[in-house]
Design a protein around this ligand. Structure first.
Ligand code: ADP
Ligand code: F6P
Length: 464
């Protein structure tokens, strides 16, 4: 089978569950791309998320899924090693120490080759191929070498670091040349595109001209395309009876009148979960907040749990939650509800609708879709968003209560200001944020990227 439009990402949109069935894959990439792929009638090349899984290609929700199997060694070296212990921390300001190993790099190279081969097999002559994220930075050049007929776009969902940091990477030249294999390289923020072009000048002696650079007889464009969410889909879900039932259940279980602070993240050290909990704990200790008046619900999806830095984070977070609940809780009333679980979209929506303050405090984040999901859910124009300055979303949502998560006092100030703000101030802020989001949804993001790439035109979104 050959397709005119192919998405390539480390993960398929669905993940193999323990019972052998399929669940939605974790993370913002899938949340954003899944509605686009569903309407495109194309193919998606990626991993099923299960070690050694050899599932044959299959159709799912109108998309042809082409699994790329990863052996235990691939998972250890390419996924947990090079992708998530070297590149991930380095691209997030090195908030944890990046680890460099030669056999991880070799595995990254080999797995990227297999992704490129699988893509070359399913792409029709002249097809548009859209490659995603830091796990696959070598694929654009590998694919171009095999299939010069293709139109190739690449989008990086995470930040692109300043030149000085990128220069620490062994294999830095290969990664840069890998990306230069694309016709269009997309980033979340303009600064990331600038970092990339500066790096191209520094490492390869190329001469960028504005947002383009001439490379091997082609023009490569680097530009920002801030990713977003399915706003209309979120708005439809708000009135779903399952969401409303879940919201009622939450209110009953929490006992009515306590104000709710909410955190929703993958359990990742870039998300500032520890800083958020520390600030909340201090507010309780100082008496600025009382446990019978507020509650923090922290939903943390298990993520990359075999990587040591993630296990250590889990231990630290759970110890701190235990300490706060021990010190400030009572029988039947704990100040922190910590759920180390993934929840359904309907349950998440009910949480967003119930939360008085959504607390999003990453130390660094390419975009952060959770912040946008909260705003999209609040058709009632209620609620407040506390948002780290170091997320891509902060540039688009200046009406949030912006905070520096490295400064616990500033976090406390932001949370307190959000809790004390008048309803009319909150409504004005939420209205402006919602207006921005409605005009900048995920459909616009995908179309603007694909238009700039000059390849396939997506059909108009299906009326629902
Ligand atoms: P990242 O891509 O780094 O995980 P984002 O905030 O951009 O961060 O995207 C996270 C996505 O995962 C969002 O769509 C969010 O709804 C979803 N998500 C996060 N935590 C959970 C959870 N505990 N259960 C279900 N979905 C979650
Ligand atoms: O860009 C965010 C991202 O890293 C995606 O690439 C990834 O699919 C998602 O978060 C979840 O991470 P993982 O695939 O490692 O579980």
């Amino acid at each position: 089978m050959e397709y005119r439009f192919v998405v390539v990402a480390n993960r398929l949109p669905v993940d193999r569950a323990d019972d052998g069935g399929w669940t939605r894959s974790p993370g913002g990439l899938v949340s954003a791309l899944e509605p686009i792929a569903r309407n495109s009638g194309g193919a998606w090349v990626g991993w099923t998320g299960a070690v050694g899984d050899e599932t044959a290609p299959f159709d799912h929700d109108g998309v042809y899924l082409r699994p790329v199997p990863l052996s235990p060694e691939d998972v250890d070296r390419y996924y947990e090693g090079a992708s998530n212990s070297t590149i991930w921390p380095l691209f997030h300001d090195a908030v944890e120490q990046p680890v460099h190993k030669r056999d991880w790099r070799r595995s990254y190279d080999a797995v990227n080759r297999r992704f490129a081969e699988a893509t070359a097999e399913v792409a029709a002559e002249g097809a548009t191929v859209w490659i995603h994220d830091y796990q696959l930075m070598l694929v654009p050049a590998l694919l171009r070498a095999a299939r010069p007929d293709l139109r190739i776009g690449f989008f990086l969902h995470i930040p692109f670091p300043p030149v000085e940091l990128f220069m620490q990477l062994p294999g830095r030249g290969d990664l840069l040349r890998g990306l230069l294999g694309a016709d269009l390289v997309g980033f979340q923020r303009p600064l990331a595109a600038e970092n990339f072009l500066q790096l191209a000048a520094r490492l390869t002696g190329l001469h960028p001209d504005g947002e383009t650079v001439a490379y091997e007889g082609r023009t490569v464009t680097a530009r920002a395309f801030p990713i977003s969410i399915d706003v209309a889909g979120s708005e439809r879900m708000t009135s779903d009876p399952a969401v409303l039932r879940e919201r009622e259940r939450l209110q009953e279980d929490l006992g009515g009148d306590r104000r709710i602070l909410l955190g929703v993240d993958r359990l990742d050290y870039t998300k500032g979960i520890e800083q958020r909990i520390e600030a909340y704990g201090e507010l309780l200790a100082e008496g600025a907040l009382a446990a019978d008046e507020v509650v923090l619900i922290q939903l943390a999806t298990p993520s990359r749990m075999r990587v040591a830095q993630y296990q250590q984070l889990r231990e630290r977070v759970e110890r701190e939650v235990g300490r706060i609940n021990g010190e400030f809780g009572d029988v039947g009333r704990v100040p922190v509800h910590y759920l180390f679980q993934s929840r359904s979209p309907e349950e998440l929506q009910a949480l967003y609708l119930s939360a008085d303050v959504m607390v999003v405090t990453p130390l660094r984040d390419g975009m952060n879709l959770v912040a946008k999901e909260y705003v999209a859910a609040r058709q009632d124009e209620g609620g407040a968003l506390v948002l780290s300055e170091f997320t891509g979303a902060a540039a688009e949502l200046p009406d949030a209560f912006l905070v520096n998560p490295y400064d616990v006092d500033d976090l406390k100030r932001g949370i307190t200001a959000a809790l004390r703000a008048t309803p009319s101030d909150l409504r004005d802020r939420m209205r402006r944020m919602r207006t921005h989001l409605r005009e900048h949804d995920v459909d616009r993001w995908a179309r603007s990227f694909l238009d700039a790439l000059g390849g396939i035109k997506l059909d108009p979104p299906c009326p629902q």
